[in-house]
Ligand binder design. Structure first.
Ligand code: PPS
Length: 302
């Protein structure tokens, strides 16, 4: 068993950290989508935050996220952490972020669902570094090997990668589902921004496109977003220490005080940690698990 996944509990079939409040998660699972809701449903480490920034900037007419992140959290609430009550306080238009598999997100024919997928090897390695960030440990082959086994067996937070991929694939042709991949975003960011703006029915001027591309660029996010996030996480933690009630929309900060959300930002960096033998095992698993998803591999072309 991977030490990095020791703190997992299962709540109504969803694997989440024991830091996650079970009652809030249940209320998130019971949330009934409403007309006009926009969900951002992404398996962890697949480009959630990147798309969050794109949507935030798109919905805010080209404004960069605020450094104190008040608007950012109010407009991109994390469903599993804020629950149904937290969503009542969100500022519309907003995109409700979730790591739940699409088939566990409430469906409404007049809601929209934006999904980003990423190749499993990079997801696995990204996930490993993310979870390692919660410990004070340096990466080792032993801890990676243990995490790799947990990942391919679906014993990680938010469960099996392939189940998530499957539920997105099943719904990809619904008119209210938008599907892109991390690889496509790397390959053609302006193209993805154009497509998502069209999906959201937001007019995209050249100026707006340029703003979104700037604020969602890797360098901008690595510098500004990561710094703002770390600062706000420290403030949230010190508030907790003096027992000041933390607004629900800030709860995610408590879980992420040491984690790096914007790390390397490349396609194919899995090879730095994953052995050739592990890569072959994951390739084989991918083939088996995606037999009923012909063409899904095209999403992951670099
Ligand atoms: S989380 O914590 O589950 O929500 O993580 P998530 O945001 O889904 O994915 C994190 C990975 O996305 C990379 N990232 C980016 N790549 C390119 N450009 C931009 N702007 C960008 N922002 C975030 C981040 O670095 C993580 O990937 P790795 O491979 O770890 O670098």
């Amino acid at each position: 068993m991977s030490e990095l996944c020791r703190n997992i509990q299962v709540v109504d079939g969803i694997l989440v950290s024991t830091n996650c409040d079970a009652a809030t998660l249940r209320s998130a699972l019971n949330y009934q989508a409403q007309e006009g809701d926009i969900f951002l449903a992404v398996y962890p480490k697949s480009g959630t935050t990147w798309m969050q920034i794109i949507l935030y900037t798109l919905m805010n007419n080209g404004e960069a996220f605020d450094d104190n992140m008040t608007e950012y959290f109010a407009r991109t609430p994390f469903l599993e952490l804020v629950g149904e009550t937290g969503l009542k306080n969100m500022h519309r238009p907003c995109a409700i972020k979730t790591h739940l598999p699409l088939n566990r997100v409430s469906h409404h024919e007049n809601a929209k669902y934006i999904c980003v997928v990423r190749n499993p090897k990079d997801v696995c390695v990204s996930y490993y570094h993310f979870l390692l960030g919660f410990t004070n440990e340096a990466p080792t082959q032993t801890s990676f090997d243990a995490f790799f086994e947990a990942f391919i067996n679906g014993n990680v937070h938010f469960g099996d990668y392939f189940e998530h991929l499957h539920s997105v694939w099943q719904h990809r042709e619904n008119p209210n589902v938008f599907l892109t991949s991390y690889e496509e975003m790397k390959r053609d960011l302006p193209g993805v921004i154009r497509r998502v703006a069209q999906f959201m029915n937001i007019e995209l001027t050249d100026h707006l496109l340029e703003r979104i591309a700037t604020y969602s660029s890797f360098n901008y996010m690595k510098e500004r977003f990561q710094k703002a996030y770390a600062t706000q996480a420290n403030i949230a933690l010190s508030n907790e220490a003096v027992d000041a009630p933390l607004p629900t929309d800030r709860k995610s900060l408590l879980m992420c005080d040491r984690c790096v959300l914007v790390r390397e930002g490349t396609v194919g960096s899995w090879s730095a940690n994953m052995s050739e033998e592990q890569a072959q095992r994951l390739d084989k698993l991918f083939e088996e698990k995606t037999l009923d998803m012909p063409g899904v591999d095209k999403l992951f072309l670099p």
